[in-house]
Design a protein around this ligand. Sequence first.
Ligand SMILES: Nc1ncnc2c1ncn2[C@@H]1O[C@H](COP(=O)(O)OP(=O)(O)O)[C@@H](O)[C@H]1O
Ligand SMILES: CC(=O)N[C@@H](CCC(=O)OP(=O)(O)O)C(=O)O
Length: 296
Amino acid sequence: MTDTHTHNDIGNILTEALPYIQRYSGKTIVIKYGGNAMTDPKLEQGFAKDIVLLKQVGINPVIVHGGGPQIANLLKQLGKESHFIDGMRVTDTETMDVVQMVLGGLVNKQIVGMISQAGGRAIGLTGKDGNLIKAKKLNLERKAIADQPSEIIDLGHVGEIVSINTSIINVLENESFIPVIAPVGMGEDGTSYNINADIVAGQIAASLKAERLLLLTNTPGVLNKQGELLTGLNTQDISALIDDGTIQGGMLPKVSCALDAASAGTQSACIIDGRVEHAVLLELLTDQGIGTLIRQ
Ligand SMILES: Nc1ncnc2c1ncn2[C@@H]1O[C@H](COP(=O)(O)OP(=O)(O)O)[C@@H](O)[C@H]1O
Ligand SMILES: CC(=O)N[C@@H](CCC(=O)OP(=O)(O)O)C(=O)O
């Protein structure tokens, strides 16, 4: 390859981004950064650079992060097992303390630190800050099957969202800050709640009327039974895939929040592979979409 070719290629790649930058400039993009996507420092630094680049060209990224594996690690060190029901962590009071330490502390500050190092102005928040996420206890209902009656499952401090107050996010966006949000909410009586990060990302995207919702995880997207990537899904496709057991565990809250965001006006929600370097830029600013696109 000659130097001219290389220059042409680079020029083409950079100008390919132009229509996307024009389309998303001034718009909000909610990005869910899953604990499973935070696998190695190089990828994390790449993620931080992508976010700073978006902000630099006038796009407003809002990060909602998870940290499930990181919570599991600390629990294990403390001699506690992790238990999940329908993709949600059973959270007793002791576990809730660990959840707050890991999500509001360790993981949040790690992401904030990396964005700051890449030259961005990140601000870490939990749902308690600025009354961002009002929550209440979630009582998970198991529907009746055959001769088994329906039952309510107690998940402890797992919360469901009552309301999102976006004023703090708007203030930060207007002042050129990048909000980095940990999925912890607070009840009216001050009780702390652990909320699945996908659900928080979906509802924040809906409340902000975000242009796009990206969910970064550790698979290429939603896969079929043969392990092949499904590039586009709608409500009907998703309910069929849940019914036949193809979509399960941690993928359940992801698809349901993607659908919620899409029905609230977010143009599209995508589940993409956070293990791919610069996944965010590839998805948003190039012609090659990656992962699974979910529309109503
Ligand atoms: N149909 C499916 N396609 C892809 N992944 C699936 C599917 N059904 C279940 N999963 C599981 O969902 C996981 C992603 O959810 P989760 O572990 O909660 O990730 P994150 O920490 O990024 O939120 C995948 O690693 C995979 O094990
Ligand atoms: C209720 C519930 O399950 N909360 C999650 C919150 C973190 C999360 O969602 O992290 P990932 O996105 O990395 O899975 C948990 O305790 O693991």
